[in-house]
Design a protein. Structure first.
Length: 279
């Protein structure tokens, strides 16, 4: 038992399963990317009136809620999804499914790939300014032994409002048995995105700044590998959309010290840069 807990602890700060495509990595339901300022892209039509989406990202680190999942090394990520058409004009409710994947680096565990499967319902109101997203995520760590209990489920509610001059989003996520059999877990998160239309190069270049803060609570925190039952993470940075590609530079970190992070730098403050594209 002690040996297993030690392996789980060492793995935690190299894993533990966005920012969106910015610094967190996953276009996670807990951290959806804000709408782009450039002109609307063409819709990739799917069956039954729905639409397909896809994307990829290259980052110098994959950070999940402030903690590096790749030993602060390069991450390559991809996603694919489908969303139905709204029920009707009077009931702007749609359903979606998607998959997201990234390389990870969990020493001595055999896991090298993370695949997240997502499903949920999305409601838009007030000319799409107000949005609600009720979703489910299944985190899968391919190659990890089953007795480490890395795979887990998470449910969440994300709400957002576009004020024009800024977009505000907030989320609450819950797992009945979090990563590494660590019990009940809650993640609370908020993000502010501010477009910068006064910085103008041409119609194909747009700037925005983003900032977020989150708090992760874990019931059996010793299994998870942290010294207390919760910690804070944050992000702040800039995203430049250039001809449909997002170039990002995001400063991210946590309130966990090197000692709290099992003697590693995986929880330390750092700048994550990347390029991403959605279709």
């Amino acid at each position: 038992m002690l040996k297993k807990i030690a392996v789980v602890g060492v793995a935690l700060f190299t894993i533990c399963a966005s920012a969106a495509a910015y610094a967190q990595g996953t276009p996670d339901p807990a951290a959806p990317a804000a709408p782009d300022t450039p002109p609307e892209k063409e819709v990739w039509k799917g069956p039954f009136g729905g639409t397909f989406t896809a994307g990829f990202a290259f980052l110098n680190d994959y950070s999940y809620r402030g903690i590096s999942q790749t030993q602060r090394q390069v991450a390559v990520q991809a996603s694919f999804g489908y969303e139905t058409a709204p029920v009707s004009e009077k009931v702007p409710l749609s359903a979606y499914v998607s998959a997201w994947g990234s390389n990870i680096n969990f020493p001595n565990t055999g896991a090298s790939v993370e695949i997240d499967l997502n499903a949920g319902l999305r409601l838009k109101a007030l000319d799409d300014k107000l949005t609600f997203d009720l979703g489910y995520i299944r985190y899968n760590y391919l190659g990890a032994p089953a007795d480490l209990y890395f795979d887990f489920n998470e449910f969440g509610l994300v709400a957002g409002y576009d004020f024009g001059v800024a977009q505000l989003q907030a989320a609450v996520r819950y797992s009945p048995n979090f990563f590494a059999n660590s019990g009940n877990a809650w993640y609370k998160w908020a993000q502010l995105t501010v477009p910068l239309p006064f910085i103008r190069v041409n119609e194909n270049v747009a700037f925005k700044i983003v900032g977020s803060i989150g708090n992760q609570y874990v019931e059996r925190y010793a299994n998870y590998g942290i010294p207390n039952d919760n910690y804070w993470d944050w992000q702040a940075g800039i995203v430049v959309n250039v001809y449909g590609f997002d170039l990002s530079a995001i400063y991210t970190g946590t309130n966990l010290s090197v000692q709290d992070c099992l003697g590693t730098q995986n929880c330390a403050s750092r700048v994550i840069v990347g390029i991403s594209k959605s279709f």
